[in-house]
Design a protein around this ligand. Sequence first.
Ligand code: SAH
Length: 396
Amino acid sequence: MKVIRLREGKERSLQRGHPWVFAGSVEKGRADAGETVRVDSHDGRFLAWGAYSPESQIRVRAWSFDETERIDATLFQRRIAAAVAMRQRLAVPSNGVRLVHGEADGLPGLVVDRYEDILSVQFLSAGAERWKAQIADALLAETAALGCTRLYERSDVSVRELEGLAPAKGWLRGAGDTTVTLREHEIRLTVDVEEGHKTGYYLDQRENRALFARLVRQHGCQSVLNCYSYTGGFSVAALVGGATDVTSVDSSGPALARAQAHVQLNGLNPEHHRTLDADVNATLRQALAEGRQFDAIVLDPPKFAPSAAHADRASRAYKDINRLALKLLRPGGLLLTFSCSGGISADLFHKVVAGAGMDAGVDAYLLQRLEAAPDHPTTLYFPEGEYLKGLVLLKR
Ligand code: SAH
């Protein structure tokens, strides 16, 4: 077994249960991509077993902090079984569930979403890639009781480049139709694991979509602007909540076509919904110029800041759309505003939105703080897991 020795003082992060070793912390030792290594402190004490990644700034991702634990197929089986059991306890009200959420489930670099009978999987690190076959077998074994029989790989993401891995996409186990119907709370949504974003859909917003339906009903919202709508999850929620004038704005035509189909699939009135294939920023400016007003607005943009290095520029972009949205709301109107940027903390996001309110000359009650659904867990020792944050504002 190859040993990676850390520089003096660099053992602290692993000792606090954080699973990453950065390149700058390594004093000596190297291994092949994904190879299991032992990580030792400067003075030769065991710290962790991990997967080595020669090209990544995250040089080692820990599999285990227990010296007696063996890194083999049974470890992946145990970790996957535990992750699946945790979701069973959550009693997620959907057949679309995140079953494995990377580091939070002790499986760095592995993301697994269940869509009915399909597991849609991302292998994002050299370590996860190395154990792909064993992980695929364990996933199907541990989810057979849920009725999962097929596994589709969606490792077609740019972060793999940082690990020296090429994109990969396609069936790993099973085959057939890649589209399934989700039943999420009381709504139905179709997902194509081949063409959909990420693993197919944004399961992390499930509880926030359901909340939006309740808020729209409670506050009697009629006109709703759903910005960055993707396939219209928040739009369908608004219609379920009783809205009669809902606009889905997105720059993806296929996503909007699916949004329109979702309105029909849920038996909702298609005359209450329209789609707008446009840039959100331009749409907000135009609506303002036309003097339009809305009872509720959703802002769920893509990641503006993948890391803290992009935080400044991203903050300006968030501030801009939030300022426009706050102006476009009727007094008493609701804003659901999100950031899924790992580089923007919940505190910073709050400050940015407060700045937007100041610039708009608008005050608002902060009704609720939002986060990802609980099947996308964070842990005490891995704050990086907290990527999605949101606010529910009521304009005064
Ligand atoms: N709210 C959605 C997920 C949004 S994902 C849900 O609950 O399912 C972000 C979306 O923003 C993507 O669909 C992408 O096509 C769209 N997008 C990205 N940049 C955009 C822009 N400048 N204007 C409009 N849409 C944009």
